[in-house]
Design a protein around this ligand. Structure first.
Ligand SMILES: [Zn+2]
Length: 245
């Protein structure tokens, strides 16, 4: 379930189980936090709310790919190149993911105390970045049964109209009318649902997935949407996850 916080962020009720965890996403009132196009210092707008210094932040230069990297103190205060997923076992680090319609995912292994983020647009979803990330966690000794995942605000199936060609790719891969479907002759995708399916296929428990119903386009007063916003109002929201002492 989505929790709207008073400090212009949203969080997930699933992670209320873990007081040691900070996992929030900026809402549109915090402005454009597209670190990469903007200097990385802009992440401070969100980090300051939780007294997190930039020297504990690691972001990604997101490429709509499926590459997941393990990061440590060598990466602090930087954007990791050519990456759409980050994992760390370092409890000093806060990992960042920026989105505006794509799906941000936040992972927590409550036993191994490992955190991770992923960015999944249609390409990353089709390439199964979520499954890649769970595999990497397993290589680090995680049991997927102990992994909790929040699926952040993204464009909903209600508004994500795509070409028949793109829909066909998803139909072939998922064979699920909840993920690729037609409405009044137009094709739509639910990429949040697709990532949820991939999490379940990777062994994550249904009750460990928080997938609140969101739509960055329908809820454009709260979120930023690549499709709904104009060039003047567009930006990216930043999500972070990390462990506090
Ligand atoms: Zn919508």
């Amino acid at each position: 379930m989505l929790i709207k916080n008073l400090n212009h962020t949203i969080s997930f009720s699933l992670f209320s189980l873990f007081p040691e965890l900070v996992c929030v996403v900026s809402d549109r009132t915090l402005g454009d936090l597209n670190v990469g196009r903007l200097p990385i210092e802009n992440a401070q707008t969100l980090l300051n709310l939780y007294q997190i210094p930039l020297s504990q932040f690691v972001g990604m230069e997101q490429k709509h790919g499926v590459i997941v990297r393990l990061v440590d103190e060598a990466n602090i205060g930087k954007l990791v190149e050519n990456t759409d997923g980050l994992i760390t076992v370092n409890h000093q680090l806060f990992l960042g993911v920026k989105t505006a319609d794509c799906v941000p995912l936040f992972f927590y292994d409550s036993i191994k105390k490992i955190v991770a983020v992923a960015h999944a647009g249609w390409q990353g979803t089709l390439g199964n970045i979520t499954g890649n990330l769970i595999e990497k966690l397993e290589e680090l000794g995680s049991d997927p049964q102990n992994v909790y995942v929040a699926i952040g605000p993204h464009i909903g199936g209600c508004c994500y109209e795509v070409t028949a060609e793109r829909a066909k790719l998803f139909l072939e891969k998922f064979r699920d009318p909840k993920i690729a479907f037609q409405n009044e002759g137009k094709w739509f995708l639910d990429i949040g649902q697709a990532n949820k399916t991939q999490l379940l296929e990777s062994g994550v428990k249904l009750e460990h997935i928080d997938a609140p119903l969101t739509c960055t386009s329908c809820q454009n007063d709260l979120f930023i949407s690549f499709r709904k916003d104009t060039k003047e109002t567009f930006g990216e929201m930043l999500g972070i996850i990390g462990i506090t002492n």
